[in-house]
Design a protein around this ligand. Structure first.
Ligand code: ATP
Ligand code: MG
Length: 342
């Protein structure tokens, strides 16, 4: 047993190897103090979920004006300082863009057939997995929670994981056997997963805003939200509230996209297929996931899961920047997602 532990790979000690400022060139908002912004105003922005200079520059002004205690004039002054700190870079060269894209990591799903298709779950990208119940969405999330912690040369992201659970379906005891499959220490892997349970859609948004604080301080590489829509379906009922629901969901998706790009994080969302108003459990077209167009525009990669032959599951690529509609077969095991046995 001791030898097994010895053989286990050493996990990234978050915070140890990385000075905060060194994470992907993240410029923390605290630096605004050097350009005459008061510490109190910086704190107000932080309390509202803005932790980096880039997060300010990426937000519409009207959102910044809503920060408690900051006047429009103060926001403008803060933005001026933020622009100065970021070097006023607006246009970048194609070469710089390529460099930025090179920092994208593709995290293994545990199933070679899926990895061969899409390369893995990408950072700087929002990936949505939707499908009927028990098709493996949560199991895929659990697997990627572990593989994200592998070194990059082993298909991982060498980073920590943040998990927002809206349905209470995360099972920490599922993590140990998956960690063992990859010769990682189950305790360390669990300690590198930061977990929060959301109980309302507002609560979910608050938690997402709080993640920026975590990501600015330690090397996180994965944010899971399982599921993105469940609480919205409870909080917004009927057609009368549909527009408001879509607007809130849209704002959440836009925030997630920014977080993914700003911190080089893979955002992995699950979603359910829509219940049929006529009373049947599911609509005939299973592509109708909750959130409709809002979700389709906001997630860069969309996969659909369904049951396959026997115990197998099928992952279908619905939307991907470089892969057409295609499918891969996988299986759920105690060690997580694997290739289907023939
Ligand atoms: P929902 O929409 O209800 O959240 P889901 O798509 O998230 O469903 P999962 O929970 O990921 O579904 O997958 C459930 C399936 O995983 C079940 O069929 C279950 O039998 C299988 N499963 C769970 N744990 C194991 C395990 N340790 N070994 C093998 N199969 C497992
Ligand atoms: Mg689930």
């Amino acid at each position: 047993m001791a030898t097994e532990i010895e053989q286990m790979r050493t996990l990234p000690e978050a915070g140890d190897h990385y000075a905060v400022e060194e994470i992907d060139g993240i410029e923390l908002i605290d630096k605004l103090a050097t350009l005459g912004i008061s510490a109190a105003d910086v704190k107000k922005a932080k309390d509202a979920g803005y932790h980096t200079v880039r997060s300010l520059l990426m937000s519409p002004k009207k959102h910044l004006w809503n920060i408690k205690g900051l006047s429009e004039a103060k926001v403008d002054k803060m933005l001026d300082a933020a622009r100065k700190l970021s070097g006023e870079v607006v246009f970048i060269t194609g070469g710089q863009l390529l460099e930025l894209k090179r920092s994208v990591l593709k995290i293994t799903t545990g199933c070679q057939a899926i990895d061969a298709l899409v390369g893995g779950i990408e950072t700087q990208c929002v990936t949505e997995v939707y499908g009927e119940f028990k098709t493996g969405k949560t199991q895929l999330c659990s697997t990627v929670c572990v593989t994200t912690q592998l070194p990059t040369e082993s298909g991982g992201g060498a980073g920590k994981v943040c998990y927002i659970d809206t349905e209470g379906s995360f099972r920490p005891e599922r993590i140990a056997p998956i960690a063992e499959r990859y010769a990682l220490s189950p305790d360390e892997v669990l300690n590198n997963i930061v977990y929060a349970r959301a109980h309302t859609s507002d609560n979910q948004m608050d938690l997402i805003n709080m993640t920026a604080g975590l990501f600015a301080e330690e090397p996180f590489r994965l944010l899971v939200i399982d599921s993105i829509s469940a609480l919205f379906r409870v909080d917004y009922v009927g057609r009368g509230e549909l527009a408001e629901r879509q607007q809130k969901l849209g704002a959440m998706m836009s925030k997630l996209k920014k977080l993914a790009e700003e911190y080089n994080i893979a955002v992995l969302l699950t979603n359910q297929v829509m219940a049929d108003p006529s009373g049947q459990m599911f609509v005939a077209d299973p592509k109708k996931h909750v959130g409709g167009h809002i979700m389709s525009h906001a997630s860069t990669c969309r996969f659909m899961t369904r049951k396959g032959k026997g115990d197998t599951r099928v992952l279908k690529v619905i939307q991907h920047p470089s892969v057409g509609e295609s499918e891969a077969v996988f299986q759920i095991t105690n060690g997580g997602i694997i290739d289907a046995e023939d």
